[in-house]
Design a protein around this ligand. Structure first.
Ligand code: HEM
Length: 247
């Protein structure tokens, strides 16, 4: 009896650790993509030719060893697997969290003060994650899928710029509309909050707290990283909205 209950506990602990590692590693993969994407977007300040040259360069990368668009087709399944793994581990951890809640405590974390942080973090992570997922669907339709599939002015009403065949014009036309900038701002702020907590949690999961990184430094580093990434993503849409970048 004692042995079997120990086994159950051991199994539960191992599955918790596996879920946390899956979440951290898939998160780190997506962060790598986000850093590259944010830096790539800044090419918009170089003007139409530079931005389009960059977009084309992504497709020609590695040729002739890779086919045209090869880099993107390697990246896409990796990102899809990372997203699915991230959501899978989030669901597992949430279920386990709910099952263990009897004591009224949501996270067994040393991070919180007075328990307020826990509710805030779980709320931000869950609803922030949903907001980001909805945003990615909108964003892909606007800048990747509709331009490829349709190039039909009818889609411009809901997805401004999507019918424009030129990547630079598509992006600039999209951000000339205030509510598109608002959608992006809300999503990127949600992403920033998600990253601030997520990066700190990943540092903790990977055992980097205490040595070599202290808790305060880990929290500050995660916040600084999230802020920089948010700013990098938000600058192009606002630059277009205020006419710094134009057609
Ligand atoms: C202001 C911020 C952003 C701008 C201006 C922007 C712009 C773009 C553009 C122009 C493309 C099409 C790239 C191409 O086909 O050459 C694209 C693709 C994409 N973006 Fe963004 N993006 C922004 C933020 C984000 C964020 C925050 C995420 C994720 C949370 C994201 C995820 C993606 C993904 C997954 C693709 C598809 C890549 C592919 O499979 O081709 N983007 N973005």
């Amino acid at each position: 009896m004692a042995t079997s209950s120990l086994t159950v506990h051991q199994r539960a602990a191992r599955s918790l650790v596996v879920s946390k590692y899956v979440m951290a590693i898939s998160g780190i993969l997506m962060i790598g993509f986000l850093i590259a994407h944010m830096l790539g977007n800044l090419h918009i300040f170089g003007g139409r030719e530079e931005f389009n040259h960059y977009a084309e360069g992504l497709r020609e990368f590695g040729m002739p060893i890779l086919p045209y668009g090869g880099l993107l087709w390697i990246m896409r399944p990796v990102l899809v697997i990372a997203v699915v793994a991230h959501i899978w581990s989030a669901v597992r951890l949430t279920r386990r969290d709910r099952a263990a809640r009897g004591s009224g405590k949501r996270y067994q974390s040393t991070q919180h003060r007075r328990g307020v942080q826990r509710t805030y973090a779980s709320f931000t992570m869950r609803w922030g994650g949903v907001t980001i997922a909805l945003f990615v669907i909108y964003h892909l339709l606007q800048f990747t899928l509709l331009p490829k599939l349709a190039l039909n002015p009818a889609t411009d009403g809901v997805f401004p710029g999507s019918s424009n065949p030129d990547p630079y014009e598509r992006t600039v036309t999209g951000f000339m509309v205030w509510w598109v900038v608002l959608i992006y701002t809300v999503a990127i702020l949600a992403l920033g909050m998600h990253l601030r907590h997520g990066v700190y949690s990943a540092i903790a999961t990977l055992g980097l707290i205490k040595r070599p990184i202290g808790r305060t430094r880990a929290l500050a580093g995660a916040a600084a990283f999230a802020l920089l990434l948010c700013l990098g993503f938000l600058i192009p849409p606002f630059a277009v909205l205020f006419g710094v970048v134009s057609l």
